[in-house]
Design a protein around this ligand. Structure first.
Ligand code: BGC
Length: 794
């Protein structure tokens, strides 16, 4: 039997040590140095030498950033970038892509500006640059940080070759409400999973050395708590207690900073009444003082100027507040460059504040090697290489989640399809739509390279494949919704087609299904302009007439497999009770069709797990497994009738279950896994020992067995519950996971370390601590895991 020690996120875990330890609480330990390059004497000496030569105007110039390409927000500026670069009035440009364009501006900065300070080019590289990988939410479903690292590495390599040494990624916002369209960019609802992915993204992009020719600096966004928007409406206020803020929402940013993140992006939202882009608690106290961050903070697009709308002052005041709180660069706000210098001269802002901001920006430019190598060498035009396509296909294969695969009478389980399929009807508006395969943030990905499911299935099935579109992605949708989706104009590249006569096309699809042995429906929602930024929804169903299409095909009695292609959790309640097999395929990227076909035919055994709870009804949102307890826990099952008045007044809905349709961590396989009872290395541990260091103090072991007949990969998950803390703790929290690949009949012993990092929480004094208590511990294949054990901290 194999044994694996699970060390998902840190080498320290390998140092299982049970030595006697002193009593110093960990939160009192000295200031961390998250990025040695930015803290290095050599870099800082060069920064200081340059700073001494700079005029005040040149200093504030470094704080200004403009988009010299397309707009990813309201167009705020109409400035001449050549002139600004020549005059040293801009420190960074975004949305300038390609060797020619970036070198053009860089030559101006290096040849015409007085101090020859290179420009820093930034770009949204979110799930690959030229080669488009699955969207970040899908990558999180792999529960495999190594895939995020790989995607980041490819993104970095391609971006750097395109003149871009700085990427606006990773997005590490905790997202617990799928009404919020930006959930697609996130790692989902859980801080432990989110932190593991955050570390991996940073490592993949920066490789612990910004000066490497294939490294880029990250910009971790959107700091802070942007995903906590009230009612899931983008840009909306965030209002939550500081404990939840720190323990849940800030954790992935902390992980990214500890992994060496060079920059962060300050978010649009307010946090408890203080806008995040001028928030001394998150920017000064937490980021600089507690986490020891030496890099710089870029504002999100226009976020400094928008502080005026937050009603905290006029342009001058908000610029001052943002800068003093710790925003060093003003993206597209045109404020830092124009209103700061005068305030310094008037004595309203100490020049040392400006110096500190410039110092932080220059540090990153030096560490990236831009002063020594400002230009990007010519490279061959991008061509989707077989190697990168293969990587995109393999990665996508890890991200698919199989929520359901019930046997059908007389047929058995529909998936994998294998040889069973004689004639297959492929139906749906996402079956053959290249644009939609790339996902919501594929700014530089080219849809011409995308492979659709129709193409991939035709390669396998030839004329055994039948096809009908069934309906448009938005046909039948409200006219006003269409106007919003198609805001770029009816002939724009983003135009979403609405098939005029749904009834006819659905009837055609029904006829097609009737001719086949099995129907595969490829349904979802438009990735562009209905997912991602400014794309909140109050309905989480399939868009347009797709649900009717599904119902009509199911009514034929033919076995149906539903492939969901969407970057947010959709409401699948009807489907879950009428369709035997569902594959959640997200937005799979450039190799979408091949990757989905691999899973449908069993060449790839699905191993993804849900990084977000799938709701039964939108009214349950925000729905997440790590809920805080209630004094009136209920039978949340709708079919349960209250036995007495006592049972009536419980925390539940009158018209729906409490539980998720498919919970966090859920996902089936073409094989089955069994779990032994978890064992605890030491079941009693003194609290002093836990508090003394980050080293593990005990370990949880479990045997996982593949009891089916094909090889498969299981994501083994460890959950804990602190049953008696001074501040109430969630009913379950993920604190470990591991992907384990097992041959049929094979068993593996999996070991999870436990120590301060897994057991701590914030107490009422807002300090991370551990107290004497009992932890319940579960290990299993989802957040419903039942194999239980316990740990006593005395
Ligand atoms: C988005 C950011 C993005 C920036 C630059 C903003 O509108 O919120 O995520 O990085 O634009 O494109």
């Amino acid at each position: 039997m194999k044994t694996s020690l699970v060390c998902p996120h840190r080498i320290l875990a390998l140092l299982l040590t049970f030595a006697a330890i002193g009593s110093l609480p960990v939160y009192a330990q000295s200031k961390p140095v998250p990025n040695a390059q930015l803290a290095s004497k050599q870099v800082n000496a060069r920064v200081d030498a340059l700073l001494r030569q700079m005029t005040l105007e040149e200093k504030v110039g470094q704080l200004a950033q403009f988009s010299a390409g397309y707009a990813t927000g309201p167009d705020a500026s109409n400035v001449r970038y050549d002139t600004l670069a020549a005059n040293g009035q801009v420190g960074s440009l975004l949305n300038v892509v390609g060797v020619e364009a970036t070198n053009h501006y860089q030559h101006i900065a290096m040849e015409k500006s007085r101090l020859k300070i290179p420009l820093l080019f930034g770009q949204d590289v979110i799930h690959g640059h030229r080669t488009t990988f699955p969207v970040p939410l899908a990558l999180a479903a792999s529960f495999d940080p190594a895939v995020a690292e790989l995607v980041a590495h490819y993104g970095a390599t391609e971006a750097r070759a395109d003149g871009i040494p700085w990427v606006f990624s990773p997005m590490v916002d905790i997202a617990r409400d799928p009404r919020w369209g930006r959930i697609v960019e996130s790692a989902g609802e859980d801080p432990y999973l989110g932190s593991a992915m955050a570390r991996a993204w940073v490592k993949g992009y920066q490789q612990d050395d910004l000066s490497k020719p294939d490294s880029v600096a990250v910009c971790v966004k959107h700091y802070a708590a942007y995903g906590g928007a009230i009612a899931g409406r983008d840009y909306n206020a965030v209002d939550m207690g500081e404990i939840t803020l720190r323990q849940v929402y800030l954790e992935p940013y902390r992980a990214a900073v500890e992994a060496g993140a060079a920059t962060l992006m300050s978010s649009f939202n307010s946090i408890n009444g203080i806008p995040a882009s001028a928030n001394p608690l998150t920017l000064t106290q937490i980021l600089r003082k507690e986490w020891g961050f030496d890099g710089f903070v870029d504002s999100d697009w226009g976020a400094v100027g928008e502080l005026v709308n937050h009603s905290i002052g006029d342009g001058e005041t908000v610029a001052r507040k943002a800068l003093e709180a710790g925003v060093e660069m003003d993206m597209e706000g045109n404020l830092f460059g124009t209103v700061i210098a005068a305030q310094v001269r008037a004595g309203k802002i100490p020049e040392s504040v400006v110096d500190e901001a410039v110092r932080r920006i220059l540090r990153v430019k030096f560490a990236l090697g831009l002063f020594d190598h400002p230009y990007t060498p010519d490279s061959p035009a991008y061509d989707a290489t077989p190697e990168r396509r293969a990587a995109a296909r393999k990665v996508a294969g890890e991200t698919f989640v199989l929520p359901k695969n019930d046997p059908v009478e007389g047929v058995g389980a529909l998936l994998p399809l294998a040889a069973k399929a004689k004639k297959v009807a492929l139906i749906g508006p996402l079956a053959d739509n290249k644009n939609e395969m790339l996902g919501a943030w594929a700014v530089t990905g080219d849809p011409k390279y995308a492979v659709t499911l129709k193409t991939a299935l035709a390669e396998r099935l030839g004329d055994r494949l039948l096809y009908a579109q069934g309906c448009g992605l938005l046909s039948g949708e409200d006219a006003n919704v269409l106007k919003r989706v198609n805001f770029n104009g009816p002939v724009g590249a983003n135009q979403k087609e609405a098939v005029p006569d749904d009834a006819k096309t659905i009837a055609e699809a029904v006829a097609t299904a009737k001719k086949a042995d099995v129907a595969i429906l490829a349904l979802g929602e438009p990735a562009n302009w209905m997912e991602g930024e400014a794309s909140s929804r109050v309905n989480l169903g399939f868009t347009g007439s797709q649900e009717q299409l599904l119902e009509a095909v199911v009514a034929t009695g033919k076995p149906v497999i539903l492939v969901v292609l969407a970057g947010r959790p959709l409401e699948l309640k009807w489907a879950a009770s009428h369709v035997p097999a569902i594959l959640e395929a997200w937005s799979p990227g450039v190799e979408a069709g091949h990757a989905v076909a691999d899973a449908l035919f069993g060449d790839v055994n699905p191993s993804g797990k849900l990084p977000v709870s799938l709701p039964r009804a939108v009214g349950q949102e925000p729905l997440y497994y790590a809920q805080l307890p209630t004094g009136r826990p209920a039978h949340g099952d709708l079919s349960h009738m209250p036995q007495s008045a006592d049972e009536k007044f419980m925390s539940r809905y009158m018209d729906e279950d409490n539980s998720a349709l498919f919970p966090f961590g859920w996902g089936l396989s073409y094989t089955r896994f069994s779990y032994s009872q978890p064992t605890i290395g030491r079941a009693q541990v003194p609290v002093r020992e836990v508090l003394a260091s980050h080293a593990p103090v005990t370990q949880v072991g479990v045997d996982v067995k593949n009891t089916g007949s094909v090889a498969g990969t299981e994501v083994v998950q460890l959950y804990i519950r602190n049953t008696a803390a001074s501040v109430e703790q969630p009913v379950r929290e993920l604190k470990g996971f591991a992907r384990v690949t097992l041959a049929p009949g094979e068993t593996q012993h999996v070991v999870f370390p436990l120590g301060f990092d897994e057991l701590n929480f914030y107490n009422a004094e807002i300090k991370r601590t551990v107290e004497p208590t009992t932890y319940k511990i579960w290990v299993g294949g989802s957040s419903l895991a039942t194999a239980e054990s316990s740990l006593q901290v005395e």
